[in-house]
Design a protein around this ligand. Structure first.
Ligand SMILES: [Zn+2]
Ligand SMILES: [Zn+2]
Length: 133
């Protein structure tokens, strides 16, 4: 399995966040496995009841394709509670292996909004898993 192009994943994340001001800065990183440093995961998105389209509440769980290590991929948003909806992320090409990145945008040093994106490890198609503000 080829290593997904992280550069393109970040480009996509920046597009999703929408650069508005010249003072905007971005920070973030691509997820890698704690066990083997692999960068390809199977992903489950748990959405909680209070989640909103622009302000995700829930968890994004990932399982490393290479070694099977399971992680809370990118933290918990909102209060931890029962998942209202659980979705296994899959690509139209049939693949269920993704690179994941979290990028946040700062306006003059203040957190503005964030996005968690996934890129298919097989065909490269990108998708937005969650937005936070
Ligand atoms: Zn691993
Ligand atoms: Zn795909």
């Amino acid at each position: 399995m080829k290593d997904p192009d992280s550069e393109k994943l970040f480009d996509y994340a920046h597009e999703q966040l929408g650069k508005r001001l010249p003072t905007d800065t971005f920070s973030g990183g691509q997820r890698s496995c704690k066990g083997c440093e692999g960068k390809v995961f199977r992903v489950i998105v748990e959405t909680h009841e209070e989640s909103e389209p622009d302000n995700f509440a829930g968890r994004i769980l990932s399982t490393c394709v290479a070694c099977g290590e399971e992680m809370d991929a990118l933290g918990v948003y909102g209060a931890p509670r029962e998942a209202a909806q659980t979705r296994r992320v899959g690509c139209k090409c049939g693949s269920d292996a993704f690179a994941i990145a979290q990028v946040v945008r700062f306006d003059e040093g203040f957190f503005d909004n964030g996005v968690i994106v996934a890129g298919c490890a097989k065909c490269g198609k990108k998708e937005t898993l969650a937005r936070t503000e």
